[in-house]
Structures are given as structure tokens and as C-alpha cells.
Design a protein around this ligand. Structure first.
Ligand SMILES: Cc1cc2nc3c(=O)[nH]c(=O)nc-3n(C[C@H](O)[C@H](O)[C@H](O)COP(=O)(O)OP(=O)(O)OC[C@H]3O[C@@H](n4cnc5c(N)ncnc54)[C@H](O)[C@@H]3O)c2cc1C
Length: 357
């Protein structure tokens, strides 16, 4: 019997988790990641429900727990900085929260010995026939695989190549925001501050590193188009949205410009009628992003990876049966998470704009 060769695009959360389970089942796995190395994002991710079983099954729950940010909660303030309320830690940190970079490092470490990782590259073309998928890369030589899985995030290249343009799948929830880190001038200690005024929200927290403040400046409006523009244009949109806003807005806008880890993203969901096309399937944010406002993206990515691997094992190599069963099993869970993502976006001043707009 020949070994099934699987190419996974994306070494975030879903990709390496799937690689882990597929390796356990005897597949030959390659992961291609666009970034030159593991991504060092400033934000933290949390876990809820069955995601704990997945971490346990992978034998990494204890290690992941070791990176618990131990957040103590969030203080709500008004535009003058006066306290108006408090939110318990679980609201933003779920049952367990860790810096995303730690999770990514652990997932990479437990798979690196027997999964081939190719960094600094991307799929550039895909064409499939009855026996496999021919894949071209931006840098590496072209190769053939039996299956290709897109775990390459909201702006998935695999989705664009095999399913259609981004605009067909993206539902913008009416919010966008910049993220960056700066010095912890607020003196926060495993805690956050949220200042919501009109259609803008500043969320700043300090977790594992007491010297660092992680900041998110979100605002209602802007189109997902802005995600693909340059930093100057994105910063301009943030400045316009926060002009005249109180509390720490002026100081944090200055810190944004000085930051070397600036990122910008719109709060989007991915909606597709189907998660597979022949031998190509989508996983995690690429296929069914529930938006950061759901707090479920990481759990969904882990649970999605295990579900897909289990269904492939159950179908004994019949990918069509496996992909259909994976989708049938996971869709109700995703629908619930996406509903939550939309609900929270509305609370933060977002609207909810239909897919494609
Ligand atoms: C600011 C912010 C805050 C968030 N907060 C939370 C939270 O509190 N809790 C939570 O659960 N979730 C949160 N999320 C969402 C969470 O990060 C995602 O849902 C989760 O990481 C999904 O995992 P994934 O593997 O599907 O995608 P990702 O983690 O996005 O990984 C995708 C990977 O694909 C790579 N890639 C992209 N394009 C290509 C390409 N062409 N070729 C190869 N590789 C490519 C990317 O570099 C990346 O490494 C947040 C997201 C953001 C942006």
C-alpha cells in the first residue's frame, strides 16, 4: 500500500494540529508556511470546551497550561479614564488563555521530527485530476500530493485558488482594528482595560510579560479591502476613527506608529456552501472563521483538525466520504460559534455586512 501524501498550507494552529493527527495515522505530511519562520504575534488565544480534549490527546495540555496568562479581569473605563465596571477574566480569556506564539511553538515542536515544514513559501497554483493534485509553489519545485488542505487563515490562498475570490466567502462584521505592543506605561498586571466610546474601542492588556502592553484599537466601519493595503493607509484609517477620542487614545496612536509589530485586520467570518472541492479541503479560519469576537477560533481550529483526521481514518482513504462527514459533523458547532461572533461584534458597534460586500 502506498502512503497518502498530504500538503497542508499554513503553520498556524489548525495546520500543525492536523499534521500531528495525520502523522499518527501514517500519512506523509508536508506543511508550507508563507512566513519565514513561526509567527510571533502579540495577542493571546483561549480554549473552550472540547478543545481541551484535543490538547490532551496530543499530549500537550500540561505544557500549554504552563503558559496560562493568568489574567485577572478587565476594567471598563470611560473617555475620562474613570472606572465604570469590571469584566471577569473568562470573558476574554475563556477557560485557559495563552500567548498564541507559545501555542504555535508547541504545535510545531511536537510535529517537527516527522512532518516536513517548508517556510517562506506559498502554493501558487493547484490543479487536480482523478489521481492527485499537482501543486506549484512560489519558490520550491512543483510536486504532486494526494490531498491538499488549506489551513492558511482568513485570506487563504488555497481557498482563492480552489474555491473562488475572497469576496465570495468573506462576511465583514463591520469592525476593523489595529494591534501592536508597546511599553506597559499603564502599569497593568495580568489585567486589561477596555475603553469603549461611540464606535471605537481601546483594549489594552498586560499578561505574561509585565513590561509589555498589548493594544487593540478597533473601530466600526472600513471594508475588508483595507486588510490588503499598506500600513500607511491602515494607520490613517485608525487615526481618523480615533481623532478626538479620549482616555489614552492620543498616546496609543503615537505608540502605534512607533510599533514594530503593527498588524491590521477586519473582523470577518468565512461562509462557504461547501468546505471541499475534490481532493482539496479547508480547515480552521480558512474554511469557517468565526471571527475573533467569537473567542472560538482556536478551539474551532483544533477541533476541526481532529475531526478531519478522524473522518479520514474512518473512511479508510476515501477522501470524498471523509470530507463530507467532516463537514456534516462540524457545521452545527461552527454555526453556533459564528452566531456568537456576530452577536459580540454588534455589541462592539459592528453591524454585520453580508458575504461578498
Ligand atoms: C487580533 C486577533 C485576536 C484574536 N483573539 C483570539 C482569542 O482571544 N481567542 C481565540 O480563540 N481566537 C482568537 N483569534 C483567532 C485565532 O487566532 C484564529 O481563529 C486561529 O488562529 C485559527 O487558526 P488557523 O490555523 O485556522 O489560522 P491562523 O492561526 O491564522 O494560521 C494561518 C497560517 O497560514 C499562514 N498563511 C497565510 N497565507 C499563506 C499562504 N499563502 N501560504 C502558506 N501559509 C500561509 C499564516 O502565516 C498563518 O501562519 C484572534 C485573531 C486575531 C487576528
Amino acid at each position: 500500500m502506498t502512503t497518502t501524501k498530504v500538503l497542508i498550507s499554513g503553520a498556524g494552529v489548525a495546520g500543525p494540529a492536523l499534521a500531528y493527527f495525520l502523522r499518527c495515522d501514517g500519512y506523509e505530511v508536508t506543511v508550507v508556511e508563507r512566513a519565514p519562520g513561526l509567527r510571533d504575534t502579540g495577542y493571546a488565544v483561549d480554549f473552550r470546551g472540547a478543545a481541551f480534549d484535543v490538547l490532551e490527546e496530543m499530549g500537550i495540555l500540561g505544557e500549554v497550561r504552563g503558559h496560562d496568562t493568568q489574567m485577572r479581569g478587565t476594567t471598563l473605563v470611560d473617555a475620562t479614564g474613570a472606572e465604570t465596571g469590571r469584566l471577569p477574566a473568562e470573558v476574554f480569556a475563556g477557560e485557559l488563555e495563552v500567548p498564541k506564539r507559545e501555542l504555535t511553538r508547541i504545535l510545531h515542536r511536537v510535529t517537527a521530527a516527522d512532518v516536513e515544514y517548508v517556510f517562506d513559501d506559498s502554493i501558487s497554483a493547484l490543479s487536480q485530476d482523478d489521481s492527485g493534485v499537482a501543486v506549484e509553489f512560489e519558490r520550491s519545485e512543483a510536486r504532486r500530493f494526494d490531498l491538499v488542505i488549506g489551513a492558511d487563515g482568513v485570506y487563504s490562498k488555497v481557498r482563492r485558488l480552489a474555491f473562488g475570490p475572497h469576496a465570495d466567502a468573506l462576511r465583514h462584521l463591520g469592525m476593523s482594528g489595529a494591534g501592536f505592543t508597546t511599553a506597559n506605561h499603564l502599569g497593568l498586571n495580568r489585567s486589561g482595560v477596555l475603553c469603549q466610546t461611540g464606535s471605537t474601542a481601546i483594549y489594552a492588556f498586560s499578561a505574561a510579560d509585565p513590561d509589555t502592553l498589548t493594544v487593540s484599537l478597533s473601530f466600526a466601519g472600513a471594508s475588508p479591502e483595507l486588510d490588503r493595503r499598506g500600513r500607511a493607509e491602515q494607520e490613517r484609517a485608525v487615526r481618523e476613527a480615533f481623532a478626538g477620542r479620549g482616555w489614552e487614545a492620543p498616546r496609543l496612536l503615537a505608540a502605534m506608529t512607533a510599533a514594530d509589530d503593527f498588524s491590521f485586520s477586519s473582523t470577518c467570518q468565512i461562509e462557504l456552501d461547501g468546505w471541499s472541492r475534490g481532493r482539496v479541503a479547508l480547515l480552521g479560519d480558512a474554511g469557517y472563521c468565526a471571527a475573533p469576537t467569537s473567542g472560538m477560533g482556536t478551539s474551532q481550529a483544533l477541533i476541526g483538525a481532529r475531526t478531519l483526521a478522524r473522518q479520514l481514518a474512518r473512511a479508510g482513504g476515501d477522501h470524498s466520504t471523509a470530507f463530507a462527514a467532516y463537514e456534516a459533523e462540524l457545521r452545527p458547532y461552527v454555526a453556533e460559534n459564528q452566531a456568537k461572533g456576530r452577536e459580540v461584534a454588534v455589541m462592539f458597534g459592528g453591524g454585520g455586512i453580508p458575504a461578498g460586500s
